[in-house]
Design a protein around this ligand. Structure first.
Ligand code: NCD
Ligand code: ZN
Ligand code: ZN
Length: 346
């Protein structure tokens, strides 16, 4: 059996930099036409000039013959000036601004400490119609790690929408029923991305037979009922749920450590893993809308014209992949994936 769809895009991706970038970018470029590239480098990409330089490094790292367009983002800080947002809107290659609550996730130390401090930038984003992408979790040590997304919706997303009603927002990597419900009720300016790992795994995976650092990401995996709610959102008809892998490569030794990093690498089999998740609920016919139509529609970009073909042929994921002078452990390492990419789009 084969499945041919419009070439998809990845609306949430970590490509890192230097040797790591060179090691991973082909996995995405073979499958996706474009990707929204996260700005959480060290130091973060806070200016249009830095985003331009990063875009050039990405393009240089992509193998000749693969047509791949990185869509750049800026990292919002307490001090992002309105002028930077204006320049981003005019640049033609910066497509969004990313909000990380300070201390919430990998390389978020320079993120926003208090949304009030980012008001000038948020008002400019509303004015110039630059979407805000959110890592939607509170960071208080008193809030349970499994509740951080839900509490963020209650405390911050409602007020943000009230204060900046014209601002378009994408709640990234949603993990809960509450987030899916929020997006459904929030109107046309609010959308959400969903990862393959949150569609395929519930939180038991972190503790399956022992502690599994390669299943640790943020927001952390949730209960089965949340996974079911995400599947319903991804395979349903609401156009505001679309594909964002949040593929987040980390060297093996930084995850297999006394304090292991958050992030799961899925780019090596991204669209194949989504196909599996959709097939499990008999919704393969909905994959193209989720993966290839709704993202560009929300971002007001043309849909891709090229197509890709997947075959229902199982293959085994390697135990590890090269990652610069290190290695990384991809999702499904040593296990099989049911779908295989046939036709790398060129
Ligand atoms: C991401 C990373 O490693 O950059 N990690 C993750 O667990 N998702 C950061 C992020 O998207 O929050
Ligand atoms: Zn995040
Ligand atoms: Zn991410």
């Amino acid at each position: 059996m084969q499945l041919t769809i419009t070439r998809p895009d990845d609306w949430h991706l970590h490509l890192r930099d230097d040797l790591a970038l060179k090691a991973v970018v082909a996995d995405t470029a073979r499958r996706f036409g474009r990707a929204i590239v996260m700005p959480n480098l060290k130091p973060p990409v806070t200016t249009v000039a830095a985003a331009r330089a990063y875009r050039d490094r990405i393009q240089n790292a992509v193998q000749k013959g693969l047509a791949f367009e990185p869509l750049m983002t800026l990292y919002l800080t307490d001090r992002t000036p309105a002028a930077e947002i204006k320049e981003a809107a005019a640049s033609g290659f910066v497509h969004a601004v990313k909000y990380y609550p300070a201390g919430s996730t990998t390389n978020s130390e320079n993120g926003v400490t208090d949304l009030q401090k980012a008001r000038v930038a948020l008002a400019a984003m509303e004015q110039y119609d630059v979407p805000l992408l959110l890592h939607g979790e509170v960071t208080d040590s008193g809030i349970d790690v499994f509740d951080r997304e839900r509490v963020f919706l209650d405390r911050h997303l409602g007020p943000l929408q009230r204060d900046f009603p014209g601002l378009r927002m994408v709640l990234e990597h949603i993990t809960t029923q509450e987030a899916a419900d929020y997006v459904r009720s929030a109107g046309p300016r609010v959308a959400a991305t969903i990862t393959a790992h949150h569609l395929l795994w519930n939180r038991n995976e972190i503790f399956r037979g022992g502690i599994r650092p390669h299943a640790y990401c943020l927001p952390v995996l949730k209960r089965e009922r949340h996974r079911q709610a995400l599947l319903a959102a991804a395979t349903g008809d609401d156009p505001r749920f679309f594909l964002g892998t949040d593929s987040a490569p980390h060297a093996r030794h930084t995850k297999e450590a006394d304090c292991g990093c958050a992030g799961i690498y899925t780019s090596h089999a991204a669209i194949e893993l989504y196909a599996e998740a959709f097939e499990h609920v008999d919704a393969l016919a909905k994959l193209e809308a989720f993966a290839s139509h709704r993202g560009p529609d929300f971002y007001r970009l043309p849909r891709n014209e090229a197509r890709i073909t997947l075959a229902r042929e199982a293959w085994t994921v390697p135990n590890e992949l090269p990652f610069g002078d290190r290695t990384l452990v991809p999702m499904r390492a040593g296990q099989s994936v049911a779908w295989r990419l046939v036709d790398p789009a060129r």
